[in-house]
Write a protein that binds this ligand. Structure first.
Ligand code: SF4
Length: 187
């Protein structure tokens, strides 16, 4: 795993399309218990070379009921976004993850994992790639029990997602307490 992560961190396959250059952000151990598959690092994560080092990360840790020490221990959580580098901005938010990235690298990382217990799929890109079903993010999150024990679909914790949170209050009242219990049981 160490050699593979070093190889990934040197990757520049789609550098020409990355406005701030290549800076692959990934973290994993062969013993990782929970795999966080998300979209792509944000600008702050890129600048600090640290995954989830922003308001989205703070909110995600609240949702999961873990502190920073637990979160950043790769034996607990592997960080495996669909694109490892910051893709840049569009008029409405961050651009999609680079499509070259997950097909190039994910299987190599997954092959190194000894016994992953749960894949947390954050946002539509990760869910579409791993679940390959034709429904909506909201429907998947509502029916999260149907995907357990292997997968847990979540909305993106970005503060810009506040409209979804306000529209789907059941997520906070019904789902978050159950999600915290699932994470505690695994850790
Ligand atoms: S986004 Fe992925 S494929 Fe593109 S340069 Fe970064 S690590 Fe390589």
């Amino acid at each position: 795993m160490k050699n593979l992560l070093e190889e990934i961190r040197r990757c520049e396959v789609c550098k020409a399309h990355l406005p701030l250059g290549a800076n692959p952000i990934i973290s994993a151990s062969k013993d990782s218990k929970i795999i966080l598959v998300s979209q792509a690092p944000g600008r702050l994560a890129h600048l600090h070379t640290k995954a989830w080092d922003d308001p989205s990360g703070r909110r995600l840790r609240e949702w999961l009921g873990v502190n920073e020490t637990t979160f950043y221990d790769p034996i607990n959580f592997a960080v495996l976004p669909m694109g490892f580098c910051y893709p840049g901005k569009s008029a409405t938010g961050d651009l999609p993850p680079r499509s070259e990235c997950a097909p190039l690298w994910h299987a190599h990382v997954l092959n190194q994992l000894k016994k992953p217990q749960l894949f947390i799929l954050i946002g539509g890109y990760a869910q579409k790639a791993y679940l390959k079903d034709a429904t909506t993010l909201t429907d998947r999150v509502k029916r999260m029990n149907d995907y357990l024990p292997n997968y847990l679909p979540l909305p993106h914790p970005s503060p810009v997602n506040h409209f979804w949170m306000r529209k789907n209050l059941w997520f906070e009242t019904e789902k978050l307490p159950a999600i915290k219990r699932i994470i505690q049981d695994i850790l």
